[in-house]
Design a protein around this ligand. Structure first.
Ligand SMILES: C[S@@+](CC[C@H](N)C(=O)[O-])C[C@H]1O[C@@H](n2cnc3c(N)ncnc32)[C@H](O)[C@@H]1O
Length: 255
């Protein structure tokens, strides 16, 4: 992996790396069933090709792949080795590649490329267009790019805090998430995660701050068009019910 894009000290993203064990507790296969079915249905709805091969960018620990692999052959890509290790364990029949979607280019051509829950990590318009251009280069002619954008500035849940509590044999985990956009004119927000993990009676506290991009719909659609796609932007209450208010779908056809 090259170091072209700097992930600063504030952005070690413990959740996907040193604290990946916490992700295993809060991001389960069952939690991802609905989004997986939704993505497969939208591919069927919008795809003109028969879809056999799908490239999943930002595949994480393979929770969605676990469901989607019943319908299509999956190749997953992620920045985090720990997430990929977990994905490969869940889905030995899928292929996994360590890589950065902003720079990735592999020789294969896929029927569809999907980015269901990670595109919000793009911080600049240049990063967005690079991801979409790379996706185009890995798609067959008439292939489909399907992107779920999680956050829209108009509906941003400023200062929303959620709390989850889960436990397994070894750990009682309280997981707090806060979303906050510090600059009203800025194209970014912070997702702050606090983990309170009690193991064998001892409390461990971890704070993890992720910085994510926040762009309006026209910017997303414009960057996809610039990368050479015929673009449809779809606002769907069905998707909002699975993700959150303001999330939307971008569907690009590789011209
Ligand atoms: C919320 S998780 C996705 C979970 C996934 N949908 C699943 O089925 O388990 C977001 C993932 O995006 C990955 N990610 C963020 N930026 C990335 C990039 N530039 N290239 C590749 N993966 C990236 C993170 O490492 C993380 O695993």
């Amino acid at each position: 992996m090259t170091k072209k894009y700097h992930i600063g000290q504030k952005e070690e993203r413990h959740l996907y790396n040193t604290c990946q064990w916490a992700w295993e507790m809060i991001g389960t296969v069952e939690d991802y069933r609905q989004l997986s079915d939704y993505v497969i249905d939208r591919i069927k709805e919008h795809q003109s090709l028969q879809t056999h091969s799908v490239l999943h960018l930002g595949c994480g620990s393979g929770c969605m792949d676990f469901h989607m692999k019943k319908h299509v052959a999956i190749t997953g890509v992620d920045l985090s080795e720990n997430m990929l290790r977990s994905a490969a364990k869940k889905n030995p029949e899928c292929e996994y590649i360590l890589g950065d979607m902003r720079e990735l280019c592999i020789d294969n051509r896929f029927d569809a490329v999907i980015i269901p829950e990670s595109i919000d990590y793009m911080r600049t318009e240049e990063e967005i267009v690079n991801v979409f251009t790379n996706a185009k280069n890995m798609l067959k002619q008439d292939g489909l790019l399907l992107v779920v954008v999680g956050y829209d500035p108009e509906f941003f849940p400023q200062n929303r805090t959620t709390v989850d509590q889960v436990d397994d044999k070894h750990t009682e985990l309280t997981f707090i998430e806060n979303n906050y956009a510090p600059d009203p004119d800025g194209n970014y927000f912070e997702a702050t995660f606090v983990f309170l993990a009690r193991q064998a009676g001892r409390l461990k506290t971890i704070i993890d701050i992720h910085t994510l991009g926040l762009f309006d719909r026209e910017t997303w659609a414009g960057q996809m068009k610039k990368a050479g796609f015929d673009v449809r932007l779809i606002q769907d209450p069905g998707l909002e019910a699975i993700e959150q208010k303001g999330s939307f779908l971008l569907v690009g056809k590789n011209l």
